[in-house]
Ligand binder design. Structure first.
Ligand code: NAP
Length: 246
């Protein structure tokens, strides 16, 4: 098996993050599964990665907590010595119309989705700058590009990730580090399971390719952006959304 170095995927116990972990494990990376609450699911993902031939470690850390992020990276340094790839995937929603959205609802989504990516990127960049290689991939969203009623907090966090991606791409390019974002459309996961079947059918009808996406659709793009085939791509936002953003 090719040893591609260590990949940290935040929020990798389940959903899109889990699938990214499995796809990268198959591609030859050692995997660090970050999780916050889903201990059992994280352990299942870790075992699945090991069954695919990867060395896999799970680390509990709340990405919105700077000290916990620093401890996570210290553990990665101790176990792997380096980090080849960071995928900022951890994310939450707290939807509501603005008149009913509390400051807490706004801040917690920004803290996890955007500030969490900042903390992890800062720690990863510290190691990557020394190594003079590395890749960062941020999981944004179609609603960070086009907005969505009822998701002012979430859209702002995902649009913020796009600004973070472009700025870090410029800042880190001189050391050979690329930073890109993937903007998924509606993907089947716990996050979209919260929607009823009727709502999902309505959504699918608005998508040019006429279906919700699968976690594999996102993981395949992450694998490509992480690969040498994408070494001349940086600062880009790649939509994987069945054409929602045309
Ligand atoms: P999901 O199944 O709800 O998974 C999100 C993961 O994030 C969970 O495993 C959760 O871990 C983790 N997480 C939440 N808060 C965290 C924190 N403070 N620290 C560490 N981990 C934390 O959602 P998903 O659909 O796979 O979403 C993955 C990413 O794709 C998110 O950034 C989401 O915004 C984005 N996205 C999803 C869709 C979609 O349609 N599903 C569309 C566009 C973008 P624990 O369970 O351990 O708490």
């Amino acid at each position: 098996m090719l040893d591609k170095g260590c990949a940290l995927i935040t929020g990798a116990a389940k959903g899109i993050g889990r699938q990214i972990a499995l796809t990268l494990a198959k591609a030859g990376y050692d995997i660090v599964i970050n999780y916050r609450g889903s201990e059992e699911a994280a352990e299942r993902t870790r075992t699945e990665c090991e069954n695919l031939g990867a060395k896999a470690l799970k680390i509990k850390a709340d990405v919105s907590n700077e000290a916990e992020c620093e401890e996570m990276f210290a553990e990665i340094k101790k176990e792997f010595g380096q980090i080849a790839l960071l995928v900022n995937n951890a994310g939450i929603t707290k939807d509501g119309l603005i008149m009913r959205m509390s400051a807490e609802d706004f801040e917690s989504v920004i803290d996890i989705n955007l500030k969490g990516a900042f903390f992890c990127s800062k720690n990863a960049a510290r190691m990557m700058l020394r190594q003079k290689y590395g890749k960062i991939i941020n999981i944004s969203s179609v609603v960070g590009i086009v907005g969505n009623a009822g998701q002012a907090n979430y859209s702002a966090s995902k649009a913020g990730l796009i600004g973070l991606t472009k700025s870090l791409a410029k800042e880190l390019a001189p050391r050979g580090i690329t930073v890109n974002a993937v903007a998924p459309g509606f993907i089947v996961s716990d996050m979209t399971d919260a929607l009823g079947d009727e709502q999902k059918d309505k959504l699918a009808a608005q998508i040019p390719l006429n279906r919700l996406g699968e976690a594999e659709d996102i993981a395949n793009m992450v694998e490509f952006l992480a690969s040498e085939k994408a070494s001349y791509i940086t600062g880009q936002v790649i939509s994987v959304d069945g054409g929602m953003n045309i």
